[in-house]
Unconditional design. Structure first.
Length: 136
C-alpha cells in the first residue's frame, strides 16, 4: 500500500531543520514532509522504531513548535526499504546509512492542528500553482 493511501492526513514538503530529542540526546535532522498527524525526516543517527521523541521545529508563520511523537517507521533513504529489522548486508553499511523516519505526533491540540493544516494547504496550493505555470 502506498504511503499516501495509509495516511489519515495530507502532507507537504518540509525541507527545514528539526531538533529531535530521544533517549537523552538531541540531534538536528533534515525535515522531509509534514502534516497535522506527523512528519518525516532524514538522519544518519539510528533511532529505534517505537521510540518516543520530542520534535522542535518552526513552520512558515515563524511559530515555534515542540511536540511529542512516536517513531512509526524507518527506511533506507536511497532504496526505501524498511530497515527496522536490518539484514546482515545493511548492518555492514550502517555507518554510511541515511535513514528516513516517519513520526506520528502524540496529542496535538486543535489550535496547533489547524495551524499545521493551514500550512499544508498553503504549501500544497503554492506547489500546484508552480506546476501549472507554463512558459511561452
Amino acid at each position: 500500500m502506498a504511503d499516501s493511501a495509509r495516511r489519515k492526513f495530507p502532507r507537504c514538503p518540509y525541507l527545514q531543520p528539526i531538533c529531535v530529542t530521544f533517549l537523552s540526546q538531541s540531534i538536528i535532522v533534515n525535515g522531509e514532509e509534514i502534516g497535522e498527524g506527523g512528519l518525516s525526516f532524514l538522519s544518519s543517527t539510528e533511532i529505534p522504531v517505537g521510540a518516543q521523541v520530542v520534535l522542535n521545529f518552526f513552520i512558515s508563520n515563524g511559530l515555534y513548535y515542540c511536540l511529542r511523537g512516536s517513531v512509526r517507521n524507518q527506511s533506507d533513504s536511497q532504496t526505501g526499504q524498511n530497515t527496522a529489522t536490518p539484514s546482515a548486508q545493511s548492518k555492514k553499511n550502517k555507518k554510511s546509512a541515511i535513514y528516513r523516519y516517519g513520526v506520528n505526533f502524540n496529542e496535538v491540540n486543535i489550535t496547533l492542528k489547524r495551524q499545521i493544516r493551514s500550512f499544508v494547504a498553503r504549501s500544497t496550493h503554492t506547489l500546484k500553482n508552480q506546476k501549472t505555470v507554463s512558459v511561452n
